[in-house]
Design a protein around this ligand. Sequence first.
Ligand code: HPA
Length: 267
Amino acid sequence: MQKITKTAEFIKQKIDIVPEIALILGSGLGSIADIIEDKQIIDYKDIPDFPVSLVEGHKNRFVIGKISGKNVIAMQGRFHYYEGYSMQDIAMPIRVFKKLGVKSLLVTNAAGGLNPNFEVGNLMVINDHINFMGDNPLMGKNFDELGPRFPAMTGAYNKVDFIREYAIEVNVPVVTGCYLALTGPCYETPAEQRMYRNFADAVGMSTVPEVITAKHCGYENILGISLITNVHTGTSHLIPNHEEVVEAAEKAKPYFKKLVMKLIQKV
Ligand code: HPA
């Protein structure tokens, strides 16, 4: 609790706006922060006791400013469980944002498609999730001032129809589905792909801890969008790799940005 308050105070005295929307940018998607105007930047490494992401393609900083006239704080570089961070580390920024006055969370990620109808480059509006990480950010003592001991996760993604509506307005096609989170860092074996596709539409290594934390501490709006960077076949014919993830993210950026701008304007 002390760490959360201390970090929020540190950020507050460095910025001159009150952010109302937090944006978490997934693998290869960091440059979506380019759309932020009047930028102020805080590197994670300059924040006392703050974790630093080690994944290639992550810039490891907060970008604070305006998108579509709204005050936002973006994480360019999130913390992944597979990097060795604890669930509490991953939860911390979400709780800090709440303390700063943030009401809405827009979380993005790169994900593997399990649904056979999905194609590389699809944006998937997350309508639900499955936590297959074997851990949970709410383990341990509950801080009642943050949220309840046994929070419901039903309805966590409460803006699905809203996202779909504005995606149509800006002419960015989307699909919708359930995101299944694993620890990674291995990609799924063909047998795992066949198993998981019975449960979910996309698979990835992030997002669920952040969303659990946000739902626990009472964010008003949680919006989740996955970029499908590869599609699993459940066979040995295609071997997933990080390069294709980065490449697909690069290609999707223009329409991903367009949708993000609209959603932030309207949320
Ligand atoms: N599996 C898990 N995480 C991912 C994938 C995948 O296929 N693609 C992008 N992130």
